[in-house]
Each structure stands twice: as structure tokens, then as C-alpha cells.
Design a binder for this molecule. Sequence first.
Ligand code: ATP
Ligand code: MG
Length: 486
Amino acid sequence: MRSTQIRSLFFDFFGARGHHRVPSSPLVPDDPTLLLANAGMNQFAPYFLGAAAPPWPRAMSVRKCVRTVDIDNVGRTTRHATFFEMLGNFSFGDYFKAEAIAYAWELFTEGYGLDPGRLWVTVYEHDDDAYRLWRRAGVPADRIQRLGAPDNYWDMGVPGPCGPSSELHYDRGPGFGREGGPAVDGERYQELWNLVFMQSLRGAGEGLDYPVVGGLPRPSIDTGLGLDRLAAILQGVDTVCETDLLRPVLTRLEELARRRYPGREGGEVSTAFRAATEHARAVAFLVADGVVPGSTGRGYVLRRLLRRAVHRARFLGVTGPVVPELTAEVVAVLGADWPELERRRDTIAEVAHREEEAFDRTLRQGTRILDSAIGRAVAGGRTRLPGETAFELHDTYGFPVELTAEAARAAGLEVDRDRFADGGPGMSDDEGSHLISSVERGESGPWTCPECGEYAVESGQRFEQGRVVGHALMCFACQAEVVAPA
Ligand code: ATP
Ligand code: MG
């Protein structure tokens, strides 16, 4: 089934059940605490929070999402993209768990024709209602797994609505991983659809412990179904980079690199093909929504994705302009479904050209410095590349730390991360301490990474013993994990 059909079947199904279709809002959200839209519910948050009256009791949408926290998974797992489309159905105090579960099961098995024998379900460990409802839908007991709060409980880390969630997974078979259900292997048992049952309310407690203070007067539903993942299953391809949403872009990259994509077993070469392909799509969508490359915030996310795409393509042997070519293909493939791509075609091409050129200069200069530093370290019999070198490359030449680390690894060296983080010469102390204190004070994000001064992005709630202790942040640049108090 083609992805356009997957979308339209979703809308036909929920439309026939009284859902109002709401267009995706842009990737740049209204919400100042959110770096980029990362879930279908973002644009409906005011309705769930009771800050605005929902104009309709039921809604459905296909939402553009960006999740930079998944960046290192891209190309390595079969299921992660940084940009993806999320289908969702929503109930604002209208229907609840019973309907949400029955709808999801019916759409999956009858609508999309997924084999019910390969579907697995996870529920929150104490959610007996959900368990019973899945059993009633026909899911055998041994394919329902009960998981704890980190996997199957949703809240916002602050007082407000919360509730258990339940996920539908598809068993891709033994070729994709270990037996034992989604609790054991997320690659083999791929999560496709997450249903959130907002039923409780967290209130102010002592400190960071926001206890559940009661039930919501009007329980609500928020769901997210990943289009890219469902397309991969329905089209029988191995990864999200090979569906009709991205395969033409991958094919264009094959032409530019004058080599074939080796498929799932192709190691670093395959990973590079997939990452460059996927990042090019994210770049096109970010530019279409008005993001401009820069050194902070969203602009930095865009720049970083673009640079990674270029770097991966160079690794594959593409010498000429690559991102302008790949993003043009993205516009050709997805422009009919996402008209903003068509409208901003020229800007996308222009930004891609300019940034790639600038990055090529950075790469040439940085590579020379890096190569000689690596040469000196190896000749001196050392196992580490000095942190100052990595810092200087990063600070003065804009050469990404991860590329330094990668080149160092290839030469059998480690980057001295501690000294990098301490700040090589020139690292502004002011900046460093400001960043740390803003995280410590628990200000709402977006935050900057106290480790390396780059951009830390919010990745969700951090739980300890079932209670929220803060936001887990992952730094986009150095991968440090930071916890900001809730
Ligand atoms: P996973 O654990 O597999 O990363 P998740 O728990 O982060 O998934 P949710 O936050 O529940 O996923 O998002 C809802 C749906 O959005 C998922 O069921 C999946 O289909 C899709 N999705 C989430 N992250 C990605 C991604 N990085 N790339 C593609 N689709 C995604
Ligand atoms: Mg995830």
C-alpha cells in the first residue's frame, strides 16, 4: 500500500467515525518551551490542558514531527527517522479507552490488513481496563505485555493531565531480533501506534513529586501512529528509508555516489546511505517551515542535519553538490502531499547550496588540521587526541565534534572528552556556568548542554520509581545526558 493510501485510509476510517480533520501545524511550534514539534498532540495541548475549548469533540491529523533525540539511531536502527509523519486520532473528553482500542484494532487488522497473529500489545502495568479491552478485541493473553511507567505512562513532568498508554507493535520476525515481545526487542517488535489515555491529574505536591490528585472530569485520547514505520511494514521493506516516502531519494543518492545501496547488511556504507537520505528530507521540511541555518536553537538543528548529510555523502564518494540534489528529490516525491515544499522549492535549493558550500570549506580546513593532529598523536604513540584540538576545530572552524571523534576512532584514537568539556582555550566560562545554572534552576527549555555548550534538546520525562523527577535531555552535539528538574 502506498503512503498516500495509508494516509487517506486513516482519514476515511476516522472521518466516518466523526473526526474532524485538522491540518498539521508547522514544525516551528507556538509553544516557546518546545524546540520543534515532536508529537501529534502538540498542537492540541491547550485543549487537553483546559486552556481553550476544543472546537470539535474528535479530531484527526497527520503531523510533521522532528525528533533530534533519535539522530544517532537514524541509519542504524530500521525504524528511526529525525523527521517523520505521525497520524493521530484525538478525543477531547468525548470517547475513551474502549473506543480508542476497538478503533485501533479494527483499522490495523481490517483496514490495513495487518496479520493479527503478528500484533503485540503493551499496556501500563496497573491498567487492567486496557488489558481487558485488548483481550476483548481478540488479542491473546500471551501477546499482551505489562510495562512500567517509563514505557507506558504519559505525563508532562508538571502538574496537568496524565495517564497510562498502550502500544501496538508488529513482529517483523526472527530476522530482526530476539524473541520475547516488545519488552525484549524494539527492532523485531516494532512499535507502530501509541494510544495515550489521559485520565488523571497531577497536582502540586512537595518538591518535584507531582502526585496524582484525582481523575480528569473528561478523560481524553491522544494517539500517534508513525506513517514511516507502518509504510515499511505494509510495503515489505526493511527500513523506514526504503518506503515510497524516501526510496526515490535514496535512489538519487545511489546515482550521485555511483554505487548501489547494499541493503540492511551493508554496515557503515548502508548506514551512510540511509542517514544522508533521511537527513535530506528533514532539511527540506525544516527550511520549508521557515527555519534558517544558524548556530543556536532550531537553526543549529537544521545546520547539523545538513552537515551530517553532506558528511555521509562525502564518505560514500559523492564529490559534487549533494543536498540540493537530494532535497529537490524530496520536493518531487512529497510536494503533492506537503505543498509548502513546492512553495518553498527555491529557498530550499538556495539554503542547501549555500550551507553545503560553506560546510565543504569547513571540512577541507578542519580535515587538514585534524589529519596533522592525528598524525602527531599516532607518531607520538598516544591513544588520545587532545581535547584542545577537538575544541579548537569546533570553536574556531565549526568542525563538528562528532566528526572529529569519528576520524580519531578510525585512527585508533579516543578524543579526550573531559578536556574538551572543561573548555579548551577560549571556552567562555560565562556561557558554561549560565547554561548549567539555567538547567539547575529548572527553567523550562529549550536548554543548552552544560557539557559542551551546544544545544541540548528535551527528550521526555525522567522517571524514578514511577515518579517524575525531571526532563531527560540529550545533547544534540556531544550526546551527554542531562536531567533538568521537573
Ligand atoms: P521508539 O521507542 O520505537 O523510539 P517511541 O516510544 O519513541 O518509539 P512514541 O513517542 O510513542 O514513540 O511516538 C508515537 C509513534 O511515532 C511511534 O509509535 C512510532 O510509530 C512513531 N515514531 C516515534 N519516533 C519515531 C522516529 N524516530 N521515526 C519514525 N517514527 C517514529
Ligand atoms: Mg523514541
